[in-house]
Design a protein around this ligand. Structure first.
Ligand SMILES: [Zn+2]
Length: 176
């Protein structure tokens, strides 16, 4: 009687096959290892990390994904396991907010123009957040002041009502 190797599909004698669980057979240790690796890898990268849509946490992970994609990473090459534990640490131990971390990332990349994604060192795009979080918050407050001053200036000088941009899609709320 023959069975199929679950990994490579080769027909093998059932007596010689490596049996795992009830119905899974492999032709060799190598195929078994490859299958394990593939399973762990896909579990880590996809199942583990998709927070609910419309949450501040999801807005953060969407931005992280966007920056990795722009740097040439495929979705399954992003180390969500590491990123997930870093986010948890920043929120629980540093007391940071998801939207504040998101703004800090945007600030580091778009304003300070830091290079955050680099294969030559360990870690992730979030490594520098603790060093820049306060600076990002200061920058955000300055921007709010500037916007306010601009609105007041327009109001006094032209008596023209500026319709504020309220779309959450373009300006998700920020909290530090
Ligand atoms: Zn095989």
């Amino acid at each position: 009687m023959t069975v199929k190797c679950r990994y490579c599909g080769k027909d093998i004698d059932k007596e010689l096959a490596i049996k795992v669980g009830q119905r899974t057979y492999y032709c060799s240790d190598e195929c078994r290892e490859m299958a394990d690796h593939k399973r762990n890898h896909s579990k880590q990268s996809t199942v583990n990390f998709k927070p609910q849509q419309g949450t501040a946490r999801r807005e953060l992970t969407d931005l992280i994904q966007k920056y990795y994609n722009e740097a040439g990473y495929r979705d399954d090459e992003i180390n969500w396991q590491l990123i997930g534990s870093q986010i948890k640490n920043l929120v629980s131990n540093f007391g940071y907010k998801y939207s504040g971390i998101r703004y800090c990332l945007w600030y580091m990349i778009e304003v300070v123009e830091k290079r955050l994604i680099d294969d030559s060192y360990g870690g992730s795009i979030l490594n520098l957040v603790p060093y820049e979080y306060k600076n990002a918050e200061i920058y955000w407050r300055q921007q709010q002041e500037l916007k306010k001053a601009f609105r007041e200036f327009q109001g006094h000088n032209k008596r023209k009502i500026i319709k504020p941009h309220t779309s959450r899609k373009h300006y998700p709320s920020v909290d530090f």
